[in-house]
Design a protein around this ligand. Structure first.
Ligand code: PHE
Length: 339
């Protein structure tokens, strides 16, 4: 027994000395001190030794165990330290490299311009409403004085979802929703997404509009002009002028197209206004009395004005953006400029 203890101890200590690294040492630990290890096996053998010899053998065994344990512990500590030193040397940090910067998020330019425009109208006493993007033929067309088979339907190509459902082609159906449910005085602006099968540098099949509607007694073109003039001054600059050109919309009579003096050159003529000094701002007009009556508001007692503007178009004018697609590509180099 005694010689076996000496032999196992000698092999264990030699193995510790030969082990290279923490993994090898952990294998040695399992092989000699583990549950099925060689020292554990010797412990079990102790039961077969004679009563007289047993205390001495027990002592020897324990001493051997302690010796192996302390050799292992010392070797493990040294191995851990040298492995750490090696990693520190290898994984050296280059403190001259630039750090990773996290840019804070920002609102999308279309969102920013929407909030800016809504704020201008809130300041003039308008409230804000929103409505559905899927509309019935009744609200998108008929209540806006565009009966079925009317040639004015060709003015706006339409995504049909069925015989009577469309993706709204403008926010104007909200005029009809509001006039069929609210009584004058009405002063409301309606932001929202609209859809048309158009696709080029200044048209996108999905874009954003803000509709405006005011209905009251004795509303005139003068009220419309004053409102749009104030809007242009607040949104662009104090020296901005507007002008109205005759136009046609089935739901307004008379109808106008409003231009503003170019924000880039202040009317002198530049790339943004194509040399004219003016940029097209929005469509507007006096609410067609036929629309008031269809919506249940007496056109003999009340009148109103309405306008509809394209958010992307206004942002393109305000910031001199050449292509509407830039708004939807979400390239951070573009978006970051509006922060
Ligand atoms: N809905 C029209 C368009 O999308 C704009 C408009 C709104 C014109 C309100 C007059 C009055 O082109």
């Amino acid at each position: 027994m005694k010689s076996r203890i000496e032999e196992v101890k000698a092999r264990a200590l030699a193995s510790v000395a030969a082990a290279d690294g923490t993994q090898a040492l952990s294998d040695v630990r399992v092989r000699f001190l583990g549950k099925n290890g060689e020292m554990t096996a010797l412990m079990k053998l102790l039961g077969t030794v004679s009563k007289e010899e047993r205390p001495e053998m027990g002592k020897l065994l324990n001493a051997a165990r302690v010796e192996i344990e302390s050799a292992l512990a010392a070797a493990e500590k040294a191995a851990r330290e040298s492995e750490l030193a090696k990693r520190l040397a290898e994984e050296e940090v280059d403190i001259s490299l630039p750090g990773k910067m996290r840019l804070p998020g920002a609102a999308h330019p279309v969102t920013m311009i929407r909030e800016e425009i809504l704020n201008v109208f809130l300041g003039m006493g308008f409230s804000v409403a929103e409505g559905p993007e899927i509309e019935t033929d009744l609200f998108n067309f008929q209540l806006l004085n565009v009966p079925k088979d009317h040639p004015a339907r060709d003015m706006q190509d339409t995504f049909y979802l069925g015989d009577n459902l469309v993706l709204r082609t403008h926010t104007s159906p909200m005029q009809a929703h509001i006039m069929t449910t609210c009584r004058p005085p009405i002063r409301v602006v309606i932001p929202g997404r609209v859809y048309r099968p158009d696709d080029d540098a200044s048209h996108s099949p999905i874009f954003h509009q803000i509709e405006g509607l005011a209905v009251d007694k004795k509303i005139t073109v003068g009220d419309l002009t004053g409102c749009l003039q104030t809007f242009a001054e607040k949104l662009f600059s104090e020296d901005t002028k507007i002008r109205l050109r005759p136009s046609y919309f089935p739901f307004t009579e008379p109808s106008v197209e409003a231009d503003a003096t170019c924000t880039m050159c202040h009317g002198k003529g530049c790339r943004v206004c194509k040399g004219t000094g003016w940029v097209e701002l929005l469509g507007a007009g006096i609410v067609n009395p036929a629309v008031l009556d269809m919506c249940g508001i007496d056109s003999k007692e009340y009148s109103g004005f309405a306008f509809g503007l394209g958010l992307e178009r206004i942002a393109m004018i305000k910031y001199g953006i050449p292509n509407i697609k830039l708004f939807y590509e979400n390239d951070v180099r573009f978006l970051g400029q509006f922060r």
